[in-house]
Design a protein around this ligand. Structure first.
Ligand SMILES: Cc1ncc(COP(=O)(O)O)c(C=O)c1O
Length: 399
């Protein structure tokens, strides 16, 4: 028997986004119609594929305020972050003369594991590492960054938007301090779907982006590296056919790159408008949680936050139990997909100094392009009901 199923509401857009149907349409011909290898220069299908790659590269460059030559295509933001962090530090390590102190990199405790783990790998390779803390709002103090800088510092990596609490770091002030000392700045902009990532305006040197966070396909992204003097030296992670100017060997996935380009183009056109409408829905959600549910606390700065994120803890309710109760109604998560998989408590909320029990009561709401007002009102009704049930069960249990 086919049961009547209510459409699932999707509020996990920081984990991944639905591929926009317009992006999918743009990708389709590049699978089995125009299937040439973009590196094949000897025939028409190869040239056509190369043309598509270069169009997409220009779309990506326009989105991040860079030039197409500065775009290195990767498999996603994980690879882009690894290439930035490992690439810069290893290139510096290679040119460090014996007896001299090793290069130094600075990052922040709330970064994504795709930055923190390569930084730890560097520590094992002999690179000096500083991981800065954040305040109770999740913000890093630019003066702490300045104080951490040394004559040997080669890179500061601070994310644009946090994936769990949506906090937007004071990147301008951080860059200013690094510029004064000639230190390169990398920003992981994977979550910057509704916050501008104009590299010229931000004056950053390296930016990581990912298609599946901006309504494009999974498995493709880019590291954009500013061409400046002195040039930023990067040690490649992959060696092979010399693609992407020798910095990222491997046959380019033409349909995916076309998808990233189209997604970037759509975002460039719609970002401001989408940010303005999503923030209204997010504020409606927060007001509803306060009025209909009560006993909630917002995690991370509300003021310095991307419009599409809300992270709250529910007094007296385990997040895991709430998500199970809601799972056939609304898709939500407790934090990053990676930490959910490893069942580790959120390192981000931990860095804010939150006690373990409050971390365990925290839920992330990720709104997006396809979120409707009806989604928000239905979610609020469902949460009010389930939280009420869980709280009364807990008080019954206590008595
Ligand atoms: C801030 C941030 N950086 C990096 C990544 C990894 O991106 P990708 O899935 O493209 O490797 C994610 C994805 O969860 C993210 O949220």
């Amino acid at each position: 028997m086919v049961g009547h199923r209510m459409a699932l509401i999707y509020l996990d857009n920081q984990s991944t986004t639905r591929c926009d149907p317009r992006v999918l349409q743009a990708m389709l011909p590049w699978f089995s119609e125009h299937y040439g290898n973009a590196a094949a220069r000897s025939h028409a299908l190869g040239m056509r594929a190369r043309g598509a790659i270069e169009r997409a590269r220009a779309q990506i460059a326009r989105w991040v305020g860079a030039s197409p030559k500065e775009v290195i295509l990767t498999s996603g933001a994980t690879e882009a972050n690894n290439l930035a962090v490992l690439g810069v530090a290893r290139a510096a390590l290679r040119t460090t003369t014996a007896g001299r102190p090793p290069p130094h990199v600075v990052t922040v405790a709330t970064e994504h594991p795709a930055v923190l783990d390569p930084v730890e790998a560097l520590r094992r390779e002999g690179v000096d590492v500083t991981v800065l803390g954040v305040d109770a709002d999740g913000l890093v103090d630019p003066d702490d960054v300045q104080r951490a800088l040394r004559p040997t510092t080669v890179l500061v990596s601070v994310m644009r938007v946090n994936n769990e609490i949506g906090v937007v770091q004071p990147l301008h002030a951080i860059v200013e301090r690094c510029r004064a000392q000639g230190v390169a700045v990398h920003t992981d902009a994977a979550q910057a779907s509704l916050v501008p990532v104009d590299m010229s305006a931000l004056d950053v040197d390296l930016v990581s982006v990912s298609a599946h966070k901006i309504y494009g396909p999974k498995g493709v992204g880019a590291l954009v590296v500013r061409r400046r003097r002195p040039r930023i030296a990067l040690e490649p992670l992959l060696h092979g056919g010399g693609h992407e100017r020798g910095l990222r060997s491997g046959t380019l996935p033409v349909p995916l790159v076309v998808g990233l380009g189209e997604a970037a183009q759509l975002l460039t056109e719609a970002q401001e408008r989408e940010a303005a409408s999503v923030v209204l829905l997010r504020d409606q959600l927060l007001a509803g949680l306060r009025e209909q549910v009560g006993g909630i606390r917002v995690n991370g700065s509300l003021q310095h936050r991307a419009p599409n994120n809300l992270n709250v803890s529910f007094d007296g309710v385990e997040a895991a139990a709430l998500l199970v109760a809601l799972r056939d109604i609304v898709c939500l998560s407790t934090g990053s997909a990676c930490s959910s998989e490893s069942q580790r408590p959120s390192h981000v909320l931990d860095a804010l100094g939150m006690p373990g029990d409050r971390i365990g009561r925290s839920v992330r709401f990720g709104l997006g392009r396809f979120t409707t007002e009806h989604d928000i009102t239905t979610t609020l009704d469902a949460i009010a009901q389930k939280v009420g049930q869980l709280r009364s069960m807990a008080s019954l249990y206590e008595t």
